[in-house]
Design a protein around this ligand. Structure first.
Ligand code: NOJ
Length: 733
């Protein structure tokens, strides 16, 4: 995000004309308040939804009829800088008030949670990351930007780029997985897709990278929980994706709810001022997460709301999401001298700069014709991209005896309530999808011409109908069981202490297996699950996550062999929950896990992941040969021969890893350094080449300093983090 001199001068002139109240207004974000229209208090309604007294659908109906306050008077008075609304006509109305009726006519920046697509819902991020396809990451973000802008939203609260290694945390679904390099590539591509098409103000939005920082490391995978870690761990694992996003010019950042080493991110001056703004060079602004300034009182770091507001402003928090604390207290604090005017000016300068860069002063409205175009239906190319993204995100975990793909003409018994529910295909944080755009797995199979009978039998919640399961087994030649999690089982506030298949689904699978018929499982879930039992007993498992609106088409194509799965895991899967956190790039221990007793292992579970990062099968086979590593000036050139040794075309994600064998700090057993998608026909081979700049072979120490240390390195290339060819090389930097 860069402003030219004229734009910078415009911001300064505007700032000079603003009253203190108007400045603080820019730092205040509102969302519509629910003010009634139903019989119980709003908090009670939320509890009713949580404890199941009302369903999601009923809640939706009540909300649709609820009375909402859009804070029009505050907007008119210049007390609101940002709103969170996704209705395009309402957004035009609110913008009109800001632009035409407020004293200075400053447009609102309207933000929304467009996490993995707007109306075109793409796979959840943990799934999309499995494609290892940077071009795809960028395209889906670009489409999300265009759809957002067409609805009056110019600020997407995405990408979520929290590295996450503990799948008990429900929010693993929202981000690109456990690896800092994949996370950084994902972050860069998403920023490019969201921000870089400046051909028209209707083609780009401001990205909001979140949650800064280390939210994914919440203790025991429990959401909002405390985080403690060394500076080097923070710099090497959790910061890289944010550094990459800032290098790519991300316009804004959302701070995380958690504390980091005792200081909540919301009021963490080191994180916000020193690292984010000074070191990483954020040009736009930082927004708090919802209610997070007030939560500093509950954290026990602030005496009261006023204190929390002062601490946040001084720490460099530019915008308050939802508490009104800035609006209510900052003026008096500036007048008292506790908060210098320079702090306010800096925040407002940053916020206005993003608004100028977005072109909101010239084009604050969505053209009515565009609103109407979207009302007519989803454009075909949008649906096509949803399908392509879904196809690339599936990961084939097991395929004994080549059970998959199914043969045409086989009678399929499709089992599981998730298989025919369009409410479940989009996953957590999808809020603008339309049922008519969504394709369930049952519909996908029927439309693809499969001979399929459907037996709901049961799902992640509720009873299992075993008699129906027996009928499914009698009637089909092959059983496809769709099992997993509902969309509400991952995402925010959805941590779990047991990540094995929920409800009676394992018993259902057992019953199906007892029939002796072949059973393939299709998993629909928002987090890596503990699949020890399933991997041992089921002949075939296809990980399909929540793939978005075209999920059914993609899954049907994979099951029937029209698409050859090519995804590789963006996160490691454990055998049992107790292994969490489990991740491939673990620091070397003094006693690496082995069969002997006094090593880093468990008595009752494997020490390694069941399915490691980077793992994924194909309907064809790939062989790696002849790994060569040589120095070429400032880089290493690494080549390997990759051959498709099977009988059909397929795409392999070749992965380059490195190990710094001995260093001044303990380093990971392996670190991903590059990857390449390679498409090969049957029998075809290709020399895959990686160039690894030597400057990228270092690490950050506990002072946050980057170090390149001479010595022995191992370079690995292969089709997963576990199975690789290896070459050693000694480097002097
Ligand atoms: C809470 C979530 O943590 C964050 O990801 C989201 O963007 C905001 N609320 C706004 O809805």
């Amino acid at each position: 995000m860069k402003l030219n001199d004229t734009q910078k001068a415009f911001v300064e002139e505007l700032l000079a004309r603003m009253t203190l109240e108007e400045k603080i207004g820019q730092m205040n974000q509102e969302s519509p308040s629910i003010v009634g229209g139903f019989d119980v208090p709003f908090s009670e309604l939320i509890e009713m939804l949580t404890d199941g007294r009302i369903s999601q659908e009923e809640f939706g109906r009540i909300m649709a009829n609820a009375k909402q306050d859009y804070h029009e008077d505050d907007i008119r008075a210049g007390r609101v800088g940002s709103m969170m609304v996704n209705d395009p006509r309402k957004n035009n109305e609110l913008q009109k008030i800001a632009v035409e009726e407020s004293r200075l006519g400053i447009p609102l920046i309207i933000g929304f949670d467009v996490i993995h697509g707007f109306r075109s819902v793409f796979p959840i991020a943990i799934a999309e990351a499995c494609s290892f396809d940077d071009a795809l990451f960028e395209k889906t973000a670009h489409m999300a930007a265009a759809e957002s802008r067409a609805h009056g939203i110019s600020w997407n609260f995405a990408p979520m780029i929290d590295a996450a290694r503990d799948s008990r945390w429900g929010r693993v679904s929202e981000g690109p997985g456990e690896d800092p390099l994949l996370g950084s590539r994902f972050a860069r591509a998403k920023i490019r897709g969201l921000q870089n098409d400046r051909s028209s103000p209707l083609r780009y939005v401001a990205a909001c990278t979140k949650h800064y920082a280390a939210y994914g490391a919440c203790e025991s995978g429990r959401d909002y929980n405390t985080v403690s870690m060394s500076v080097s761990n923070f710099y090497n694992v959790y910061l890289p994706a944010f550094r990459a996003a800032m290098d790519e010019g991300a316009a804004t950042v959302m701070a995380a709810f958690n504390d980091l080493n005792g200081v909540p991110c919301t009021v963490n001056r080191w994180l916000l001022r020193e690292v984010l703004k000074k070191e990483l060079g954020l040009e736009g602004f930082v927004v708090s997460d919802a209610n997070a300034i007030r939560e500093c009182v509950a954290h026990g770091i602030a005496a009261d709301d006023r204190d929390a507001g002062v601490q946040a402003a001084l720490a460099g928090m530019d915008m308050d999401m939802g508490t009104h604390i800035y609006r209510d207290y900052l003026k008096a604090e500036v007048e008292k001298g506790t908060v210098p005017m320079a702090v306010i000016d800096e925040a407002v300068r940053r916020i206005l700069s993003v608004k100028v860069w977005l072109g909101l002063f010239e084009d604050p409205y969505v053209p009515e014709a565009l609103i109407e175009a979207y009302e007519k239906g989803l454009p075909e190319e949008h649906a096509a991209l949803c399908r392509k993204a879904a196809e690339e995100s599936m990961v084939l975990l097991k395929n004994e005896g080549n059970l998959l793909p199914l043969r045409r003409g086989q009678k399929i018994s499709l089992v599981g309530r998730l298989a025919d529910n369009v409410n479940e295909v989009c996953g957590a944080w999808a809020m603008a999808w339309k049922p008519e755009d969504c394709v369930s797995i049952l519909t996908g199979l029927k439309e693809a011409g499969a001979e399929v009978s459907y037996f709901p039998c049961g799902g992640p919640e509720g009873e299992i109908d075993f008699e129906e399961a027996d009928r499914a087994c009698r009637e089909g030649d092959v059983i496809v069981a769709v099992v997993g999690e509902t969309d509400a089982m991952s995402g925010e506030a959805s941590s779990k202490a047991d990540i094995s298949l929920p409800g009676g689904q394992r018993a259902l699978l057992e019953r199906l297996l007892q029939s002796g018929k072949p059973v393939a499982a299709v998993l629909m879930n928002g987090r890596p699950l503990a699949l020890g039992w399933e991997a041992e007993h089921l002949p075939a498992i296809l990980e399909a996550w929540h793939l978005g609106i075209r999920m059914g088409d993609a899954v049907a194509a994979a099951l029937l062999g029209d698409v050859n799965p090519s995804g590789k895991l963006s996160s490691s899967f454990p055998s049992v929950t107790g292994q969490c956190p489990v991740y491939y790039n673990h620091p070397s221990t003094g006693r690496p896990g082995s069969r002997s007793k006094f090593t880093s292992r468990y008595l009752d579970a494997p020490w390694e992941a069941l399915f490691p990062f980077g793992y994924g099968l194909s309907y064809t086979d790939f062989a790696y040969e002849d790994l060569r590593v040589c120095e070429n000036g400032d880089a290493l050139e690494i080549t390997v021969r990759l051959k498709n040794t099977g009988e059909r075309e397929g795409t392999e994600v070749a992965q380059l890893y490195m190990q710094d064998v001995s260093a001044s700090l303990v380093r990971p057993v392996k670190e991903l350094k590059d990857y390449r998608r390679v498409r090969l026909g049957p029998g075809e081979a290709e020399e895959v080449r990686f160039t690894l700049p030597k400057k990228d072979m270092g690490f950050y120490d506990n002072e946050g300093k980057y170090r390149l240390e001479d010595g022995l390195f191992r370079l690995y290339v292969g089709g997963s983090s576990r199975s690789c060819l290896m070459q050693e090389i000694r480097i002097a930097f």
